[in-house]
Design a protein around this ligand. Structure first.
Ligand code: WQD
Length: 338
């Protein structure tokens, strides 16, 4: 079966994609420097898949590591997750984001080119649509950026498009909306270091009693309940989208796709759904809007359906239940060396 390199494969979306690729019969190698992932994930991935994980510890910025890795086995493609992804941090440290996210992509693709490996799935984001005014979002909308993080993703997309003019790259760009939830086993999930930026991990901390209350950033948006809309997609659906993206690349079919559900959900709707999963009230307060937030982001998912046959299957209830199951499992531990 084809062998795929997963950069950042020990991370949140990477680990779920690892499980989905193995289930689809792919051979997979994970490259990760564990600067934003817990090493315990590797044992839990082995438990989930029933076999040892082929792991290389290192950074996509390290050309020698990449040359050694790509020289040791024959690869058919890569999924490039390894990147810094905190919008607020990117505003404070833009140069670090440019170096890691753009420099990492360039180092990876140079090493892949020199090894004759030209299939790549790139982890992009809906924030390349800037502050859209037309909804739902289609892939042909104008692109812009509202943070250094979004700049690195937009620039990376354009680097790949231009590289494909010179070499036989077959590129799958997946623009994620808001990934949430966890694998139903409770063995892998979102494991943010420190205080979470994102909504669901924050609500989970409130549910676990680790944070006092959720602050809802603004209730004066032009939505039915006044709170901002996002397109939350279950990470298991997102992982499956990567398998279908690679399947398409293996047939020579490049694509740039929004990966979302098409169903906008407000902050208060997410809060209510999580509260229902937990079975008790979770305190919140209305706070001022967060700088940089856009009022609405939700996908028109029709091109992913047409080009990959992809459709999200898991609803809001499963997103919340799987997250709640995961954070409780994390607290209990898994009863083996993890
Ligand atoms: C969602 C909604 C907040 C926390 C970012 C990146 C995106 C991707 C996902 C990397 C917003 C509100 C949040 C809280 C709140 N990251 N919120 N209280 O900002 O849509 O997207 O993370 O790939 O690229 O841009 O996600 O989860 O931070 O916020 O009210 O404590 O929840 O205002 O409306 P966001 P988020």
């Amino acid at each position: 079966m084809p062998r795929i390199l997963l950069t950042g494969g020990a991370g949140y979306i990477g680990s779920h994609t690892y499980v989905a690729l193995k289930a689809a019969g792919y051979d997979v190698t994970i490259l990760d420097n564990f600067d934003n992932a817990d090493r315990g994930v590797i044992d839990r991935l082995a438990r989930l898949t029933g076999e040892a994980v082929d792991l290389v510890e290192g950074s996509v910025l390290d050309r020698q590591v990449l040359d050694d890795l790509l020289g040791a086995k024959t690869y058919d493609g890569a999924v490039h997750f390894a990147a810094k992804k905190a919008v607020g941090e990117s505003v404070a440290k833009p140069l670090d984001y440019f170096q890691y996210n753009i420099g990492g992509l360039i180092t990876l693709t140079q090493a892949m080119r020199d090894a004759g490996v030209f299939r790549i799935v790139f982890s992009s984001t809906a924030t390349v649509y800037g502050e859209p005014e037309v909804f739902p979002l289609t892939e042909d909308l104008p692109l812009s950026y509202t943070s250094p993080y979004a700049f690195t993703k937009l620039t990376s997309e354009q680097i790949l498009a231009q590289a494909a003019q010179a070499d036989p790259w077959i590129v799958g760009v997946l623009r994620y909306f808001n990934p949430v939830g966890a694998h139903p086993s409770g063995l892998i999930g979102e494991d943010p270091m420190g205080i979470p930026d994102n909504l669901m991990p924050f609500i989970a901390k409130v549910a676990m009693g680790e944070m006092e209350k959720l602050r809802v950033f603004g209730d004066d948006y032009d939505t039915p309940d006044g709170t901002a809309w996002r397109d939350y997609i279950h990470v298991m659906d997102l992982a499956r989208a990567h398998v279908q993206s690679l399947d398409a690349l293996m047939k020579g079919r490049a694509h740039t796709l929004n990966i979302g559900t098409g169903n906008p959900v407000s902050v208060l709707q997410m809060h209510a759904a999580y509260q229902a999963a937990v079975g008790r009230d979770l305190p919140y307060e209305i706070a001022p809007r967060r700088a940089g937030d856009v009022p609405k982001l939700y996908a028109d998912p029709s091109r992913a359906r047409a080009e990959l046959g992809f459709e999200a299957e898991h609803g809001l209830e499963e997103m919340c239940e799987s997250s709640w199951n995961w954070v409780q499992a994390q607290k209990r531990g898994w009863g083996f060396n993890s």
